[in-house]
Ligand binder design. Structure first.
Ligand code: GTP
Length: 417
């Protein structure tokens, strides 16, 4: 195995020769027995526009009717308005090995007029599965962890023969750091061999251009040539151009095969000359299922977990993950809280001062208004008093009143006579 970040290569290993049989050569068999007893869990997600043959391919891959035959398409009004996430689980057994298979389907993906956010519910679903795993890991009793994480995502590309669509690129860009992406050209029997080759080249160019990481069969040091050749062969077929069919058809030479019969011949699913189904099955099931699970756990989940824990305030020192000292953390939280309170208090003071100043300005204004009114009234009264004083003085001095008054009196006297 290649040394990973968790298992650095020891630099001072001394090679010793054994004097006789010890027995640890049997370790792989022990692991094998234990794994067989425990069984395996595998979760695959299928994403692609409606009608690209997702259910058919899953049935073909696992040679079972995991997906029952479809009901006739319902009217558009009945269709969901967003991408839904649906899981189907099945326990399957082959030669005594049990596999609990879960297939996560994403009906609705790419089926709307606006598909801009089609990737969102899928990312959320994948992350919620990581969340659930993390929560189980953090439990006091974590002996029964259920691994619901998505180990592989089969992304179905429409066999247009052109290049990737914006929807494909957006989906893969958003998902490639969270799940093992396996791109698939759906219904490859609708394209000629040359069209498939050219289409694959364009897809790979698009994937490289957008720095999208797709799952590659890994090769390790000291691996035998056969394994390396197998990995290379598989890698050479990506994106897999597949044909799905869960029906048996008769070939012109009298064989019964899984395939699709056309007036001009039969396309055989399991024939490597006809499509890449065999290589896809090898990648997904026969050779690299465990690698897919391991990569999900060691790289994709680990990266997500690191990010998540860091964002939650858990820090990592140079050697091991370590939580900040709880007392220091409390102290830090208290300081932060106090700073927040002080800031709030200062803000409140400012608001209060502002309000007081406003009130004072208003009061001053009304005081000035009052004073002006008061002065006005005082002046008026003063004038009135002066007038009265004047009148009084005139009356006392026996002088006639104002000309108007005397004329009136005169008038009155004239009337009386
Ligand atoms: P939804 O559930 O609506 O998302 O569809 P789906 O992607 O699951 O497609 P499904 O497997 O139901 O297949 C749709 C139709 O395509 C069926 O009539 C299949 O028989 C047909 N089909 C499936 N795989 C292939 C294929 O490889 N080539 C061709 N030509 N037709 C296929």
């Amino acid at each position: 195995l290649v040394p990973t970040a968790h298992t650095p290569a020891p630099s001072n290993v001394i090679r010793k020769k054994l004097m006789g049989y010890v027995g640890f050569a049997n370790l792989p068999n022990q692991v094998h027995r234990k794994s067989v007893r425990k069984g395996f869990q595998f979760t695959a997600m299928v994403v692609g526009e409606s009608g690209l043959g997702k259910s058919t391919l899953i049935n073909t891959l696992f040679n079972t009717t995991l997906y029952p035959p479809k009901e006739p398409i319902s009217p558009a009004a009945d269709r969901p308005k967003t991408v839904a996430i649906e899981s189907i689980g099945a326990d399957i057994e082959e030669n005594g090995v049990r596999l609990h298979l879960t297939v996560v389907d994403t009906p609705g993906f790419g089926d709307f007029v606006n598909n801009d956010d089609s990737w969102k519910p899928i990312v959320e679903n994948i992350e919620s599965r990581f969340d659930s795993y993390l929560e189980q890991e953090n439990r006091v009793n974590r002996t029964k962890i259920v691994d619901n994480r998505v180990h592989a995502c089969l992304y179905f590309i429409q066999p247009t023969g052109h290049s990737l669509k914006q929807l494909d690129i957006e989906f893969m860009r958003r998902l490639h750091t969270k799940v093992n992406l396996i791109p698939i050209i759906a219904k490859a029997d609708t394209l000629t061999d040359e069209e498939v080759t050219e289409f694959k080249e364009r897809i790979l160019a698009d994937i490289a251009h957008h720095n999208i990481h797709i799952f590659q069969a890994p090769t390790y040091e000291n691996e035998d040539e056969e394994t390396i050749a197998e990995a290379e062969e598989i890698a050479g077929k990506i994106p897999f151009a597949v044909v799905g069919s869960d029906r048996l058809v008769n070939t012109p030479d009298g064989r019964q095969v899984r395939g699709r019969a056309y007036p001009w011949g039969v396309v055989e699913v399991d024939n490597e000359e006809h499509c890449d189904f065999v290589k896809l099955r090898q990648m997904l099931v026969r050779t690299y299922m465990e690698e897919l699970r391991e990569y999900t756990n060691d790289v994709l989940y680990e990266n997500w977990r690191t990010e998540k824990l860091l964002s939650m305030g858990v820090a990592q020192d140079s050697s091991v993950f370590k939580e900040i000292n709880p007392a220091a953390r409390l102290q830090e939280e208290r300081v932060l809280h106090e700073a927040k309170l002080a800031k709030m208090e200062a803000e409140m003071k400012m608001v209060f001062l502002q309000k007081v100043q406003e009130k004072e300005a208003k009061l001053k204004q009304s005081e000035e208004e009052l004073y002006a009114r008061h002065k006005e009234m005082k002046d008026a009264l003063e004038k009135q008093r002066a007038d009265l004083e004047d009148k009084k003085r005139k009356i006392e001095s026996g002088r006639p009143l104002t000309p108007e008054k005397s004329s009136t009196t005169r008038k009155k006297g004239f009337l009386r006579t």
